[in-house]
Design a protein around this ligand. Structure first.
Ligand SMILES: *Cc1c(COP(=O)(O)O)cnc(C)c1O
Length: 384
């Protein structure tokens, strides 16, 4: 992810980035405090960050980790998923949702989206893909739009499946993390809040969360901080663990970011509503999935170009107008690695969506003037 805006040759106006981290003097000051304190990892700030994040999501506790990918891996490992198990995953996601299944030796089973208006995992296709080996479902709140909680809970309960959320897009939405056994959030640089790299895990069962906490640090029965505090240098290793710890520097940034997250998500909502209005007026042939009353953290703004339009031409025209765009997502089942593992998979709705999707810039630093410029440029590109 490139955070630095270069200059557009054509317009001499700064390039409008698709996403941008907001970090400044407060984060700098927080980092300096950590450095001055001399305690740089797994200390009070990580604990405080875990408490603050839990409060925001109505959870008792959570475990801070160094990425959402690590969090997902820990969830699957702590649940004991492994060889012979199948896990339902959308292909319309970032590959981390799929890789965590492969890390534990289980088999990801790709599920199609419901429709272009609702590009979330389809209940019908998920039902069709269930076998006697299916053990879990990984839900993704695509673009920040929440999956249907009740439907997925009954789906999982009826079949005895573990419901897991990849909530990478949904930081700050209190409902995210309350669907099933556990959820992982991301604080990567392009997410709704950032610690540069980072993530967290929430889990309903305190025993599961403790297992995840132990697995985060090599399965050791006590962390460095506890050992120094208690002057007890002995510990035991009770399980195969990993090093997925969060450090104090990231936690310090995270604590500042958490105080701003709700305001940023509100701004994303305002911008999304404005986008919908401007697009309906200027680009009526462009479809905007979901609707304004859908519960969302408004992580990104995906739109669908009309069938038959050459997307690359639109992308190139927008780029020369100083507007960066991306695609969410090239579907996982089409990448060569997954194709070689699981050949011959066809997901028609996911493929149609992925072929026409374009992600427009959306981040809290944007203002009406930017959206005006973006939607005018998109209308011009579509007319060309
Ligand atoms: C960003 C992202 C991840 C991975 O998050 P990291 O913190 O970078 O590991 C996982 N799933 C989805 C849907 C994402 O967008």
């Amino acid at each position: 992810m490139a955070a630095v805006a270069d200059e557009s040759v054509a317009t001499q106006e700064p390039v409008i980035m698709v996403a941008e981290p907001i970090i400044g003097p407060e984060e700098k000051a927080a980092l300096c405090q950590v450095i001055d304190s001399g305690w740089i990892t797994m200390g009070d700030r990580v604990k405080t960050f875990e408490r603050s994040f839990s409060e925001m999501h109505g959870a008792r506790d959570c475990v801070a980790v160094d990425s959402c990918t690590a969090g997902l891996h820990l969830i699957l490992a702590a649940l004991g998923l492994g060889p012979g198990d199948e896990v339902l995953v959308p292909a319309m996601t970032f590959v981390a949702s799929v890789n965590c299944v492969l890390y534990v030796g289980a088999k990801p089973v790709f599920v199609d989206i419901a429709s272009p208006e609702k590009p979330l995992m389809s209940l019908e296709d998920a039902a069709a893909k269930c076998t006697s080996r299916t053990k879990a479902i990984i839900l993704v709140h695509f673009a920040g739009y929440l999956a249907d909680r009740e439907s997925w809970q009954s789906f999982a309960t009826e079949r005895g499946l573990l419901l897991i959320e990849d909530a990478a897009h949904a930081a700050g939405l209190p409902e995210a993390g309350t669907y099933g056994v556990a959820a992982a959030f991301s604080f990567y640089g392009n997410k709704n809040m950032t610690t540069a790299e980072g993530g967290t895990v929430v889990a309903q069962d305190p025993n599961l969360l403790e297992r995840i906490r132990t697995m985060r640090g090599h399965g050791l029965t006590s962390g460095t901080f506890q050992r120094v505090a208690s002057r007890d240098r002995s510990y035991d290793v009770t399980m195969l663990g990993f090093n997925y710890r969060m450090d104090e520097l990231r936690a310090a940034i995270g604590l500042v970011q958490l105080t701003k997250l709700q305001g940023w998500n509100d701004k994303r909502k305002t911008l999304t509503a404005l986008y919908r209005m401007l697009l309906a007026e200027r680009c009526p042939e462009v479809q905007v999935p979901f609707s304004m009353d859908w519960r969302s953290s408004y992580h990104i703004l995906p739109v669908l170009l009309p069938k038959g339009k050459n997307r690359q031409d639109v992308i190139d025209q927008l780029r020369s107008a100083g507007i960066q765009t991306t695609i969410h997502y090239p579907p996982a089942h089409r990448f060569s690695f997954y194709r070689s593992l699981m050949p011959g998979i066809s997901l028609p709705k996911t493929e149609d969506f992925a072929d026409r999707e374009l992600t427009l810039p959306l981040h809290p630093r944007l203002e009406e003037v930017h959206l005006d410029r973006i939607t005018r440029s998109l209308a011009a590109a579509l007319a060309a």
